[in-house]
Design a protein around this ligand. Sequence first.
Ligand SMILES: *[C@@H]1O[C@H](CO)[C@@H](O)[C@H](O)[C@H]1NC(C)=O
Ligand SMILES: *[C@@H]1O[C@H](CO)[C@@H](O)[C@H](O)[C@H]1NC(C)=O
Ligand SMILES: *[C@@H]1O[C@H](CO)[C@@H](O)[C@H](O)[C@H]1NC(C)=O
Length: 407
Amino acid sequence: MNMKSIKLLSLLIFIAWAAPSCVFLEDRLLVGMTLVRDAAAHGAVCLDGSPPAYHLHRGFGAGEHNWLLQFEGGGWCNDIPSCLDRAKTHRGSTRHMSKWEVFSGILSNNAYLNPDFYNWNRVKLRYCDGASFAGDGKFDNGTSLLYFRGQRIWEAIIRDILRKGLATAGNALLSGCSAGGLATFLHCDNFRNLLPLNTNVKCLSDAGFFLDIRDISLNPTMRSFFEDLISLQGIEPNLHKKCTQSFAFPKWCFFPQHALKYITTPFFILNSAYDVFQFQHGLVPPSADLHGHWNRCKLNPAECNATQIDILQGFRRGMLAVLNPFYQDSGRGGMFINSCFAHCQSESQDTWFADNPPRVHNKTIAEAVGDWYFNRRPTKEIDCEYPCDNTCHNLIPPPPKVSQIIP
Ligand SMILES: *[C@@H]1O[C@H](CO)[C@@H](O)[C@H](O)[C@H]1NC(C)=O
Ligand SMILES: *[C@@H]1O[C@H](CO)[C@@H](O)[C@H](O)[C@H]1NC(C)=O
Ligand SMILES: *[C@@H]1O[C@H](CO)[C@@H](O)[C@H](O)[C@H]1NC(C)=O
């Protein structure tokens, strides 16, 4: 047995002995899972029928009555085979999930690493429905059974946390990354309405601003993918009511760019203008690059040729164009659109706030979000275009498992 496994073993013995709700492993905060057991009575279950879950680390001191909720992300499943596969993994079942989650970045409890939210009650909502916590339906053909209950999971978790102190929150922030960032657009006003009028409620989406665009071969890849998702999982009735009543194409209220103007709760949009997920799956999906001409560019922007860079600059301009009304609005919105090849920058310590984090106009993401949340100063930061920003931590994932995310 080596040192590492001895450490791990003693950690496990310690957990079994003390049954704490959190532990520290090599300076990382690990927070234990809470299953929402009575959720099944409300039909709120994961794809495979297992109970939904969250991880809660209690606030303290001045943050004792403040609440940060973070939706976990992780793609979507938009047809029966992909949802059946997903139901057998940690993305579709709490039975297969890690029971301990690292709390870092915006979830960290360390004042030096997370200056504005470290002492809040911080909650990570586990993602097991495959539809950004917004579906409501079921598939049952006698041999296969799947639950599409994201909306009910959201409601069940909120009910549980309201009882644990959220109902008397002074400050509250609903956040999330990727599919979880999209969930913050979908649930922000609903969250506002569930809390007392005197609670200060705001929402933050990280890497959730999925654009309604055509890919490089002019196919509406994202639309087709979301269209299947919306109908399979029964999402449309749960979209923002004001948007679905006013917008000519109600189901496209699923796209943040169409729903945004109907959201009345103060909102912060954190996104890279070259979001690598959207680049790899929405702008240049494998179906639009059958010969793999983009493979090297997808993994390293320095390998993109001039034509490819032009296309990426067009993507950025498109994002800024649809964000322009929000940018011009003098209301309580905030934004941080940087030019790093990244996807999700609030959960990782490297990008949130650390020794050398990405900056725009010399401001870190944690400072920008804190300044906006506490009304310290208006915060709408837009970075100059690639490759001007030398503070980036380009976070490009290994080649995607295409079949699980976008066909
Ligand atoms: C039910 O659906 C699954 C997945 O699509 C399929 O493999 C199976 O054959 C279906 N069973 C029946 C009875 O149609
Ligand atoms: C860049 O690469 C693409 C894909 O291989 C190719 O079609 C295009 O002509 C190249 N452009 C330049 C300027 O080399
Ligand atoms: C940028 O911010 C850092 C710390 O926040 C500060 O030390 C530095 O002087 C600032 N640089 C400029 C050019 O304002």
